[in-house]
Design a protein around this ligand. Structure first.
Ligand code: FAD
Ligand code: SF4
Ligand code: SF4
Length: 479
């Protein structure tokens, strides 16, 4: 049935059904269900098909949103899928975990006329989930095999989106990652209730089946030298993400029972894969029956509090030094966490950890927001005499990540880094100061988003392909 567009005037915004908090808090399955039959088409038909689609310009991948919305509304899902996957390597992943309220949906014009935004992310997810269910996706089958080989260090979204593009062109692609599973933070950072693991593993199997070689459990700089990789391949992409966790010092910081966020999330994700995880089994990284305090206000903190709820914590508090309006994490995730029973202690910062050998409390001081600084952001300042101690058997530090010192770890000369330690790469081509070495994703941007990592990876792949094709043409001409 062909649907008319512009239905936003008569049809309200409706997201896919969200599982009830007491049901979803008991497992690590995704909390949103798919649209019931016909719902995605109805919701897509709310789009007004703007002549200048701001949704598209605010999507880092410039997805052709109005086109795939129209095709979805018309029931032409296979064509919608073709268009959607032409600009996005992992649309079903972005549809699930992009902070749409800050990107595409945040710029949807119908909201300004008092109507809810088009549910772009949920429809993007629906299109590719349907393509998989119907078997429409095409295996990677390059038209020709090219002799040049490319090394990709890091199998997160930046690395994998480059891998996909390069392999489709016929290059020999070799991925190196220090974890035992590929996927980067998609696999071991982001919990299953936001992104189920089989969605990620299915993509990796598809790459493997398409001829990509994965060397896992291989840390560059430890198990294999960076120069050895450079010697072996015609081009190298560094896509190693950022993993140096910001820390808190102060009294009691060395007590047992204080864990870095990523250790905690990796242990939990490993359990979901069915792995043996000694630190989980002995209680070190398990919130069951505990009073948990998570320190931080970003997406990582949100993932930690909601993981603790699912592990059966006695209480879960999130301590953040600014207020709700000034937190970096997505408002959607805060709301989800509150529904699941998390208590947010806004305008509060840790001063000390209390306890003998193990932590038994977090001493926190109340904060207020002072005058705005040069960036316009209000700096928090302590309210003297306002300290209180929150009971705590497990404290989780989620204060953000910085790049590791690659130059030192890899002993590589000539690789330029910024004063923040991120690798310097050309804005467009992603080439670093070392010829033939490219960099993409968080290691260039600092901690960012999956959708930006995908964009960087795709752009790096294009530049690498151009370089190798030009070199090969020059070689043939010289022969
Ligand atoms: P990564 O995903 O970090 O992948 C880097 C890979 O490189 C890893 O597999 C690592 O093992 C490997 N590696 C590192 N060093 C070496 C080495 N020396 N040798 C070999 N391999 C190495 N973004 C969103 O858009 N939405 C979200 O909801 C969201 N939630 C998040 C939740 C958490 C807990 C965290 C930590 C981040 C979240 N992000 C989210 C951010 C997002 O995950 C990152 O921006 C994105 O994964 C960056 O991609 P990347 O490929 O650059 O790096
Ligand atoms: Fe929106 Fe992200 Fe999809 Fe772009 S990739 S359309 S920002 S959900
Ligand atoms: Fe449709 Fe909203 Fe994009 Fe306009 S901004 S094309 S209404 S999704």
């Amino acid at each position: 049935m062909v649907q008319k567009m512009l239905k936003f005037v008569s049809l309200d915004r409706e997201t896919p059904e969200k599982r009830a908090a007491d049901d979803r808090s008991r497992d690590f399955d995704e909390i949103y269900r798919d649209y019931a039959a016909g719902k995605a088409a109805d919701q897509a038909a709310r789009c007004s098909q703007c002549g200048i689609p701001f949704c598209q310009s605010h999507c880092p991948l410039h997805n052709n949103i109005p086109d795939w919305l129209k095709l979805t509304a018309e029931g032409r899902l296979r064509e919608a899928y073709e268009i959607s996957q032409a600009t996005n390597t992992f649309p079903e992943i972005c549809g699930r975990i992009c902070p749409q309220d800050r990107l595409c949906e945040g710029s949807c014009v119908i909201e300004q006329s008092g109507h809810g935004t088009v549910t772009i992310g949920a429809i993007e997810k629906h299109i590719t989930d349907t393509a998989y269910a119907e078997g429409w996706w095409e295996p990677i089958d390059p038209a020709q095999e090219l002799p040049e080989s490319v090394a990709v260090i890091g199998a997160g979204p930046a690395g994998l989106s480059a891998v996909d593009a390069l392999r489709r062109k016929g290059f020999q692609v070799h991925v190196y990652d220090r974890h035992d599973r590929a996927g980067g933070l998609l696999t071991y950072g982001i919990p299953g209730f936001k992104l189920e693991k089989d969605i990620v593993m299915r993509r990796i199997e598809q790459l493997r089946a398409g001829g990509v070689s994965f060397r896992l459990d291989c840390s560059i700089g430890e198990d294999l030298a960076f120069e050895a990789i450079r010697d072996k391949h015609e081009a190298v992409l560094i896509a190693t993400g950022v993993y140096k966790a910001r820390d808190i010092g102060g009294p009691g910081a060395g007590l047992n029972g204080i864990a870095p966020a990523l250790d905690y999330l990796i242990a939990s994700n490993r359990k979901s894969f069915g792995d043996r995880v000694p630190e989980y089994e002995d209680g070190t990284l398990n919130a069951e029956g505990k009073d948990v305090v998570v320190i931080g206000g970003g997406d990582t903190a949100m993932d930690c509090v909601r993981t603790a709820v699912r592990q059966g914590a006695k209480s879960v508090k999130c301590l953040y030094r600014r207020d709700r309006a000034n937190m970096p994490g997505s408002q959607r995730e805060v709301q989800n966490a509150e529904e699941e029973g998390v208590e947010f202690v806004w305008l509060s910062a840790p001063k000390a950890f209390v306890g003998e050998n193990r932590v038994s409390g977090v001493r926190a001081v109340r904060m207020r927001l002072g005058p705005p600084d040069v960036t316009g952001r209000q700096s928090p300042e302590e309210i003297p005499g306002s300290e209180e101690t929150l009971p705590c058997d497990l404290a989780i530090k989620a204060l953000g990540f910085e790049p590791e010192d690659l130059v030192r770890m890899w002993g590589v000369e000539g690789l330029e880094v910024s004063r923040w330690g991120t690798v310097k790469a050309d804005f467009r081509t992603k080439e670093t100061s070392l010829p033939g070495v490219y960099a993409a994703g968080d290691i260039v941007r600092g901690a960012s988003l999956v959708v930006w990592a995908i964009r960087d990876g795709r752009e790096a792949a294009d530049a690498i392909a151009r370089r190798l094709t030009t070199q090969s043409a020059a070689r043939v001409a010289a022969e």
